[in-house]
Write a protein of this length. Structure first.
Length: 167
């Protein structure tokens, strides 16, 4: 059973480690203005109520997405870096403008907890299955030799008499 726990721990670490190690990088390794702009509008949410990113906002005349896109372009023209623009947006609108929460602090729980829950449920299911399998092995089957246990002599005579009267 201890090996099952170690296997589950190894599986959890295998699944969680890449997600934690992944760093946000510029898209495709390109730092062109267009690539940074495209990455930012894909990463920032539109807060008009459409629940999409600035890039995917379906409203033609969106009162939130259009001004933010213009601001981002203006900031890029002024030489602002991607991180600076993102930090400015988070300062002004809060973390809700990010399409994915940062992998720091309490937000880390949201990234790790699903994997921990999957491993915990897996271990629970394994223990339940092992208990059911163990219970089935110890319980005597209806027609098995274990079901023919010795019976008290008086009880056996009574049972035989009732069976003979029944025929």
């Amino acid at each position: 059973m201890k090996s099952i726990y170690l296997l589950a721990l190894a599986l959890a670490l295998t699944l969680v480690a890449p997600a934690l190690a992944q760093q946000d990088s510029s898209p495709g390794g390109h730092n062109t203005k267009e690539a940074v702009y495209d990455h930012l509008i894909s990463k920032l949410m539109c807060l008009c109520g459409c629940n999409t990113t600035l890039k995917a906002c379906p409203h033609v005349n969106c009162d939130f997405a259009i001004p933010r896109k213009r601001e981002i372009l203006a900031m890029l023209d002024d030489g602002a870096a991607q991180d600076e623009i993102e930090a400015d947006m988070v300062t002004r609108f809060g973390q809700r403008i990010l399409s994915a929460p940062p992998k720091t602090g309490f937000n880390l729980v949201g990234y790790i907890l699903p994997f921990v829950a999957i491993v915990a449920v897996g271990i629970l299911l394994i223990r339940i299955a092992a208990a059911w399998a163990g219970r089935e092995k110890t319980a005597p089957a209806a027609g098995s030799a274990a079901a023919n246990l010795p019976v008290d002599a008086a009880l056996r005579r009574k049972m035989e008499r009732e069976l003979s009267e029944f025929d």
